[in-house]
Design a binder for this molecule. Structure first.
Ligand SMILES: Cc1cc2nc3c(=O)[nH]c(=O)nc-3n(C[C@H](O)[C@H](O)[C@H](O)COP(=O)(O)O)c2cc1C
Length: 303
């Protein structure tokens, strides 16, 4: 499977997850078999004002993560072009966020708002494609609301604008994360474009991912919230959750620029979801240093 010239080694993709996709988390997903890694969305306004050195530090992409898609969010062509120029040397693929439903971004005409302004969406994508040699993609929802499900038209526009792939979260913007994902629209989209299509939404296991591929006919499958709790769900082999968490902390200590105990505690708590213990794992949030969090994990009793 290729996106533009970029070879994707398997069909499983780590979703962009704002506030979650730190470098160590992305690396742990990669070690567990994710075939393509997305960064969290990056505000084009912010990144376009940074120096090259600052951009490199900010993205903090490690070679072992590749291929990596860097996701941008913007509704301003000139700002977006600058952001593409700022990230392109670090990215394998550059993606436009067309699905974000955060009010701040919607107000600015970004994210899912672009589903309601197709001429603007086309202008933005064409500008991205004209600016960089790297493959460009877009991540969409199936439409704004139930009365305006335009995913197929949006997908065709994205392909015609020169994008090399698209990802579809099978919900409307109005749905947020409620209700079910719409496999029918995802399947229709796949049938109407020739570029690779990534199906996304509600995958909770490796086999579930394979099922979504079958149901939609899509080329790749993207996993978000389940990976937050189980970065090891990109394969079927049994894992030792404690070892995975300790590996996360090791990667964090070695590669992360921020070294925030709060960030480590959050990830440890999320990854402990399926760890059977009688202890109250919320207590990890009161630990104030990374070495102590490591000791806490080591001592956690299972059962
Ligand atoms: C906490 C959180 C942060 C997210 N951040 C982003 C983001 O930065 N960019 C984006 O396109 N989607 C973002 N999403 C949406 C996910 O990438 C994905 O489309 C959605 O969660 C559905 O997939 P899932 O059911 O596998 O989680 C985010 C979702 C969550 C829950």
């Amino acid at each position: 499977m290729k996106i533009g010239t970029v070879e994707i080694p398997n069909r499983f993709v780590l979703a962009p997850l704002a506030g979650i996709s730190c470098t160590a988390f992305r690396m742990l997903c990669k070690e567990n078999g994710a075939g393509l890694i997305y960064t969290q969305m990056i505000d084009a306004d912010l990144i376009s004002q940074k120096t090259q050195h600052e951009v490199k530090q900010f993205l903090n992409i490690q070679e072992m993560e590749r291929p990596v898609t860097v996701q941008l969010i913007s509704s301003e062509k000139n700002v977006l072009v600058k952001a593409v120029q700022a990230v392109e040397q670090f990215a394998d693929i550059i993606d436009l966020n067309v699905g974000c439903i955060e009010e701040d971004f919607l107000q600015k005409g970004c994210g899912a708002s672009l589903l309601k302004d197709l001429p603007k969406l086309e202008t933005l994508l064409r500008a991205m494609v004209d600016t960089t040699e790297k493959p460009v993609s877009a991540k969409i929802r199936i439409g704004w609301d139930n009365q305006h499900i335009n995913g197929v038209a949006v997908a065709q526009l994205i392909e015609n604008a020169g994008a090399s792939a698209l990802c579809v979260h099978g919900r409307t913007a109005d749905q947020g994360y409620a209700g079910k994902v719409n496999w029918t629209i995802m399947r229709q989209i796949k049938g109407k474009v020739t570029i690779p299509v990534i199906a996304n939404g509600d995958v909770t296991s490796y086999n579930d991912g394979l099922a979504l591929l079958r149901k939609t006919g899509c080329d790749l499958v993207m996993i978000g919230r389940e990976a937050q709790h189980c970065p090891w769900m990109f394969h079927e082999k049994p894992v030792d959750i404690k070892q995975q968490i300790l590996r996360f902390i090791e990667l964090y200590e070695q590669y992360e620029v921020r070294q925030s105990p709060v960030e480590v505690a959050d990830h440890v708590f999320w990854m402990l979801r399926d760890f059977k213990t009688t202890e109250d794992t919320k207590k990890v949030h009161v630990i104030t240093t990374i070495p102590r969090i490591k000791r806490y994990v080591n001592r956690l009793s299972s059962g």
